[in-house]
Design a binder for this molecule. Sequence first.
Ligand code: CO8
Length: 255
Amino acid sequence: MEYTILRPISDGPIVTLTISRPQALNALNSVFFNEMDDFITEISGNPELRALIITGEGKAFVAGADIAEMVNMSPEEGRNFSGRGQAVFNRLGELPFPVIAAINGFALGGGMELAMACDFRIASSNAKFGQPEVNLGLIPGYAGTQRLPRLTNLADALYLLTTAEVIDAATALQMRLVQKVTEPENLLEEARRLAGLIAQKGPLAVRLVKEVTRRGLGMSHNAGEELERNHFGDPFGNEGAEGMKAFLEKRKPNW
Ligand code: CO8
């Protein structure tokens, strides 16, 4: 499929998606959400894929939702724009393989929300994070108010959301908002190394672990255990049998 803002590059089982609208610091507009929705549909149907990396072109990962597109919106249009973005970002969580945000620069507002919608995040040491919506008299609209306290904690989330302070990568690491920080020149290499590690694991196991962990977070402990138990048997007799057999035979599994 042809895209105007998205630049996907496939490398075997790994796709690296670059958001490419550097003249507006990759700000998220309607075209982005339409293309992202189509892109997710396109890759969902590819059983060979094992990981998706999302990064941005230039000095920003994404500097937020497109302020120029939002400025004249009515309350109803604002709600619709938010709902559209939430639905598209939720689809990233439903992909049957991990999505890694490789944050190369500014991840502000909707950009930080996109990063948080990914499964985990690695950041360049020069990345900057913030939820500056209150500077504009707005609140986050792509689930930032919901994901940020779940990823960090209530106080850190409210600190960032109410002060709009922009933090550096080291502080984001301290808040556990990102899992790893690299030198700028090593960011994509490290993202691909992690994606490559994941690609070597049992694909069904990776899909199940993502699904059970994500879904379990919204459940009681007991319901989450039941979900885990219900899926534990799925790889037996197929991928799990091969993985365990390979271990016992001291060889690499042939998924
Ligand atoms: N939207 C539209 N255009 C943008 C955005 C944006 N979010 N960010 C930057 N741009 C544009 C600038 O207007 C500028 O365009 P031009 O060259 O035509 O003047 C170009 O990108 C380059 O930007 P700057 O010249 O400002 O670059 P600097 O290096 O001086 O500054 C900053 C970089 C600090 C990142 C600065 O651009 C900035 O503060 N940007 C806005 C950050 C922001 O407030 N983001 C939050 C937006 S609101 C949001 O994301 C809400 C999400 C939920 C929405 C829910 C739907 C309703």
